[in-house]
Design a protein around this ligand. Structure first.
Ligand code: THU
Length: 135
């Protein structure tokens, strides 16, 4: 398991946990929130945003990464993904690729706010060969 300071874990899980109530998930009823800690020490939040046209749904992690870029940061170091499901939720493939664009070695915390169970992994384990565009 990836090494991470306890206070970082608590802070990110708490921040994402607070945002969870804002998740818009009337179709799946799976509420997800994400908190992205950057190399500059700032934290950006995101939630999943579903749509009546299901395929247009935006995941929580990609919402948080968009907030990070919008605010001028470029390097996610640790990312928490929080749900109220029984088991920690792993990031979908699209989110893995989007995070890898900015840091293929990011630490990913998957946390269940219902049970307190969590898993910590390096993105390298979750996505060993991200697509890179070499010019
Ligand atoms: N979801 C996320 O927000 N992040 C993931 O990495 C996986 C899935 C959301 C999308 C959708 O609103 C719901 O979970 C069910 O797929």
């Amino acid at each position: 398991m990836q090494e991470i300071k306890e206070e970082t874990l608590f802070k990110l899980v708490e921040e994402a946990g607070k945002a969870l109530k804002n998740s818009y998930a009337p179709y799946s009823n799976i509420h997800v929130a994400s908190a992205v800690l950057t190399n500059t020490g700032r934290v950006y939040l995101g939630v999943n945003v579903e749509n009546a046209s299901y395929g247009l749904t935006i995941c929580a992690e990609r919402s948080a990464i968009s907030a990070m870029i919008t605010n001028g940061d470029r390097k996610p170091v640790t990312i928490a993904i929080v749900t109220d499901l029984e088991e920690p939720l792993p990031p979908c493939g699209a989110c893995r690729q989007v995070i890898a664009e900015f840091n293929p070695e990011a630490t990913i915390i998957m946390y269940s706010a219902r049970t307190g169970k969590y898993v910590i992994k390096n993105l390298r384990e979750l996505l060993p060969s991200p697509f890179r565009f070499e010019k």
